[in-house]
Design a protein around this ligand. Sequence first.
Ligand SMILES: NC(=O)c1ccc[n+]([C@@H]2O[C@H](COP(=O)([O-])OP(=O)(O)OC[C@H]3O[C@@H](n4cnc5c(N)ncnc54)[C@H](O)[C@@H]3O)[C@@H](O)[C@H]2O)c1
Length: 358
Amino acid sequence: MKDNKNNILKGSGNFTVLITGGCGFIGSHVVRRFVKQYPQYLVINVDKLTYAANPEYLRDIDREPNYRFIQADVCDHAKMEEIFRQYSIDAVIHLAAESHVDRSITDPFAFARSNVMGTLTLLQTAKTHWKKEDYHRHLFYQVSTDEVYGQLNPGEEPFRETTPYDPRSPYSASKASADHFVRAFHHTYGLPVRISNCSNNYGPCQYPEKLIPVIIHNIVNRKPLPVYGKGENIRDWLYVEDHARAIDLVFHEGRDGETYNIGGNNEWQNIELVRLLIEITDRLLDRPAGDSLPLISFVTDRPGHDLRYAIDAAKIKTELGWQQEMSFRQGLEKTVAWYLDQENLRDASAPSPKTKIV
Ligand SMILES: NC(=O)c1ccc[n+]([C@@H]2O[C@H](COP(=O)([O-])OP(=O)(O)OC[C@H]3O[C@@H](n4cnc5c(N)ncnc54)[C@H](O)[C@@H]3O)[C@@H](O)[C@H]2O)c1
């Protein structure tokens, strides 16, 4: 791959960044960061508004002069062409995707469509609109996952950027396929691209179907806490704002054609994570310590459930100087407090006097 450092983007005026999937979990943090940190950029958020999206996440910035929201499907080629033409898009940060592994098992076509065809549609649109002589001021940045690398056994070395792809769920297969198209456009047409592969994110604004928000929601409502298999699966967890900061860094300081792994060096077995969430949530709800432990309910394992993911983030640390800032305990405390503040956790039977749930 070309060793083409491209940080001309930083600080340039009249610069338009298209961020896709900005009304989702990670996208909302990335959009907010770019709108606030780079008032000289025009930030266009394109999101189809699937079940996982919530435009309310961005209510605090939706009147900023450098922000526009457009509801659109990234698979809609004519619409993407129109947006590129109308706004003279200079760079893309592509997050829009179907993201829930369980849903990919029941409906893989939806994942092939949004994740593969959506990425290809954007790549093709960028290739059509960007002139080769201007490539130094353009970038297609693909936000991907560590799940494309497959699974690890305990004791095996964490994934590196050179680890071969070995996706094992329809979700990770769709992301891997999209990443391959991104690299193919770099090799074949010279399109300036970067990819980052990140481990599991946690934090505010995640749709309550993923492990952490589900567990918090169910603790509040005294419902069973579903844990796959024996809870032995291991994930690496990173606070979402640390990921958004890493994306900012790769976007501005990374090298074209390169991949950057992003992770928290923070592996937890699911069952241990659930116990920690019980400890924090019970305390914030002013319940006795361990009150919710009996709610733990082991359920039939997810088919093909990858045992362990772990990321070696040495490259982004040494080359770009990225470090995570949020400790896991502090991040989880913030996350639980945020979910407890959410209206959708209301349950008349649950609150104790000191909860914020009304
Ligand atoms: N959540 C994680 O832990 C994690 C980790 C690494 C990488 N990623 C990647 O980061 C990206 C964002 O993940 P997330 O957890 O925020 O997902 P999310 O499901 O919370 O949000 C996805 C967003 O994309 C939008 N979207 C989906 N299909 C679309 C389409 N066809 N056109 C336009 N918009 C569409 C949805 O409306 C939603 O707002 C994904 O690409 C995912 O693969 C996620």
